[in-house]
Design a protein around this ligand. Structure first.
Ligand SMILES: [Fe+2]
Length: 333
């Protein structure tokens, strides 16, 4: 490119070209000329070739199809800013919730690629009978989903917790219902825990003709947490040095369950199935489809289930129509 540029100047006899020639230095220009002539003498290139190469080089810089990194980053930033605003506006003005919370979309778009080691040769959950901490130790940090049958059957929560217990608990603790704890509406039409606990008994019991619902929320209000943890202990099978979060989740409802997703949490997940059966479906990340497989299983009241929900896509449903399900979920690691 520069050779052509130089020659066009060197063969123009106008004063401006001459001045430029002087500025660049005669010696330098002579060497460029010699280099250009040598290239032509090889017979492998012609002046037309060099002109074409120059034209392509110049046009590459102007190619409208060339992807501009700043342009792409700008679009991504725009999506990440506008999507949550759009989501909140829909929620506020229309009173409806998007099917998929926007943070799932952002998380999915930014998650790291799996190496597939976690799911290779896994075709189902490992099913264990209730066992001691020492017996469970070899499985404690497995990437294979695990069911421990009857592991939480002795919990007081299994006998006591139900919709009315939760409603009464929240209503007698000032500020508990409106505490800013995460609330997951899933496929339901509820927008808050207040809406859930205010539903008429016909719907909370799923009487004939009522629409099924399924929701979850964090029991992060300190008094609620304290009261609920009186009904369920730290699972006896977890490693003694395993860290646990400051709050747990309660999931209650009928039929609808939860769409497939990954959890963006710092630790492994455990669930205590306290009422109702729950069907699970787990699937490897899409990039591992060629070496791993999806599978499903179900748990019964009294079972514990442990899944690394950060790496397994997972969804659930309550398979028995009209059956109320209640689950406590937390983390360990
Ligand atoms: Fe999850």
């Amino acid at each position: 490119m520069f050779l052509l540029w130089n020659r066009s100047f060197s063969r123009n006899a106008n004063p401006a070209a001459e001045r430029t020639r002087e500025t660049l230095g005669e010696d330098f220009v002579r060497k460029l000329d010699a280099l250009h002539d040598d290239a032509l003498r090889t017979g492998l290139v012609t002046t037309a070739d060099l002109q074409e190469a120059y034209r392509k080089s110049r046009d590459t810089d102007r190619d409208p199809n060339k992807i501009n990194l700043w342009y792409v980053l700008g679009i991504l930033a725009f999506i990440m800013i506008v999507t949550p605003v759009f989501y909140e506006l829909i929620t506020f003005f229309l009173g409806v919730r998007c099917f998929l919370p926007n943070n799932y979309i952002v998380w999915e778009a930014t998650r790291p690629i799996s190496d597939c080691g976690f799911c290779r040769d896994v075709s189902g959950p490992k099913v264990l009978q209730n066992m001691t901490r020492e017996e469970f130790a070899p499985y404690a940090y497995s990437s294979q989903p695990i069911i421990i049958k009857n592991a939480v059957a002795h919990w007081a929560a299994k006998k006591i917790l139900n919709f009315n217990y939760l409603k009464n608990l929240y209503e007698r603790i000032p500020g508990a219902i409106d505490e800013d704890c995460p609330f997951l509406h899933f496929r339901s039409d509820f927008k808050s825990l207040r809406d859930v606990l205010a539903m008429p008994s016909a719907r909370s019991n799923l009487s004939a003709g009522q629409t099924p619902w399924y929701v979850g929320w964090s029991n992060c209000h300190p008094t609620v947490l304290e009261e609920l943890r009186k009904l369920y202990p730290r699972p006896h099978f977890l490693p003694v040095d395993a860290e646990m979060p400051n709050a747990d989740y309660v999931f209650i409802g009928y039929e609808q369950g939860v769409f497939m997703h990954l959890d963006y949490i710092p630790r492994l997940m455990w669930q205590a199935q306290l009422q109702g059966n729950k069907s699970w479906i787990v699937a490897p990340t899409p990039e591992c489809d060629h070496v791993c497989q999806s599978f499903s299983f179900y748990v019964e009241p009294g079972d514990a289930v442990l899944v690394d929900t950060r790496i397994w896509y997972h969804g659930s449903s309550i398979p028995n129509k009209g059956q109320f399900a209640l689950t406590i979920q937390s983390e360990y690691g």
